[in-house]
Design a protein around this ligand. Structure first.
Ligand SMILES: *Cc1c(COP(=O)(O)O)cnc(C)c1O
Length: 389
């Protein structure tokens, strides 16, 4: 095993380290308070109370009511649940609207629907990654069961104007789901000011453990559970609660909310310094999505004449962790669907790397990245066929 101190971890959109305070909050529920929260005795009530406290903490982060939070096993389950609920509640509607840059946890459910006779309209983006709201509005029909549009993109950090999108969907009377997995803890969310039906988050993207997530379900919308069984989560998600992880997600939400203003600025400064340094040191390095509003923590950078897979291997030798597109695509030679949707040709998409920063990054990480990355890119460019032309 490589000691984690030696690792420069710049892949916070793939997953994040558990915050020590989150681990501390979870520990009693792994060691001592093991009761099934559904049991009748007081020992179980303590676990139940902790879950309800976590629900309040997550609701505070999202600006909604605790009763609107359903705990799930991950962001992927939250997305699938939103789809399932929307389609089950409006069985006569056989049309769904989504975008060309969604995470696979929305793309795949949408593709599956096509095999089941649904029509899916996929809205494209421009070269900065921006969505045409006109195209979105035009795509929504009277038989549209769901509009699913991510809030911020995991590969580029590009932020969609969810407030305006919510207004469009509301005017058309169609439910809106947003995958906000990359947004929670990075920019502020206030669901009292945005009227939408479903919003997904995931624990491990905000310093809670893997294997826990949440789905916001607007209290005014009808709901149909995906996972059937006991009456857990107010009949919205069956299965004995993952109490320790739920407590962890609650704590992570509390910390994220408290630190949000200061962390936003700090991480943005790190990211900006990194991008500026790269652009200075590497000719023609370009930031994907630079023309659009972006999350403060994400840099997707395109380099001339490199293969991201080779760059990742060389960076790995230096213990720098980053990714080509999303973590889910590692090992595949397909160019990123997100970058392709932005009009990058295959070589450009395959010459892009994603660096994503977070709470546990500091100036020293940026120093190190700016010391190593330009050298790696320079070496690969010198080896490329274009260099000998
Ligand atoms: C990571 C991620 C997911 C999936 O969340 P899991 O908890 O890993 O299932 C979904 N959407 C986006 C945008 C993500 O970044």
């Amino acid at each position: 095993m490589i000691a984690s101190e030696k690792i420069t971890y710049l892949d916070n959109n793939a997953t994040t380290a558990i915050d020590p305070a989150v681990l501390e909050a979870m520990r009693p529920f792994l060691e001592k308070y093991f009761a099934n929260p559904s049991s009748g005795y007081r020992f179980a009530a303590q676990v139940r109370d902790a879950i309800e406290q976590a629900r309040e903490q997550v609701a505070a982060l999202l600006g909604c009511e605790p009763g609107e939070i359903v705990f799930t096993s991950c962001g992927t389950e939250s997305n699938n649940t939103a789809f399932h609920s929307a389609l089950e509640t409006r069985p006569e509607c056989k049309h769904v609207v989504t975008t060309s840059v969604e995470h696979s946890a929305v793309r795949k459910p949408a593709q599956e629907l096509e095999r089941h006779g649904y029509e899916v309209t996929v809205i494209g983006v421009d070269k900065s990654g921006r969505l045409s709201l006109r195209a979105l509005a035009d795509a929504i029909r009277s038989d549209t069961a769901l509009v699913s549009v991510m809030w911020a993109n995991n590969e580029t950090g590009v932020i969609f104007p969810i407030e305006e999108i919510a207004e469009i969907a509301r005017d058309k009377g169609v439910p809106l789901h947003t995958d906000a997995v990359q947004v929670a803890g990075k920019i502020s969310i206030n669901l009292r000011e945005i009227q939408l039906q479903f919003l997904s988050i995931s624990g491990h993207k905000l310093h809670a453990p893997k294997g826990v997530g949440a789905l916001y379900v607007n209290r005014r919308s009808r709901f149909h559970p995906l996972i059937l069984g006991g009456s857990h989560e107010n009949n919205r998600r069956a299965g004995t609660e993952n109490a320790a992880s739920i407590v962890g997600l609650g704590k992570a939400a509390e910390i994220a909310l408290a630190k949000l203003p200061e962390e936003q600025t700090r991480v943005r400064n790190l990211r900006d310094r990194f991008e500026k340094g790269l652009i200075e040191k590497i000719s023609n390095a370009r930031v994907n999505g630079a023309g659009a509003p972006r999350l403060p923590n994400t840099s997707s950078v395109m380099f001339d004449e490199i293969e991201s897979e080779a760059a990742l291997m060389m960076l790995d030798q230096e213990n720098i962790c980053c990714s080509a597109g999303s973590a889910c695509r590692t090992g595949s030679l397909q160019p990123s669907h997100v970058l392709s949707a932005m009009g990058l040709v295959n070589e450009q998409a395959r010459g892009s790397l994603r660096f994503s920063f977070g709470r546990f990054n500091d100036e020293a990480d940026i120093d190190r990245a700016l010391e190593i990355v330009p050298g790696v890119i320079g070496k690969l460019q010198a080896l490329s066929p274009a260099a000998s032309r």
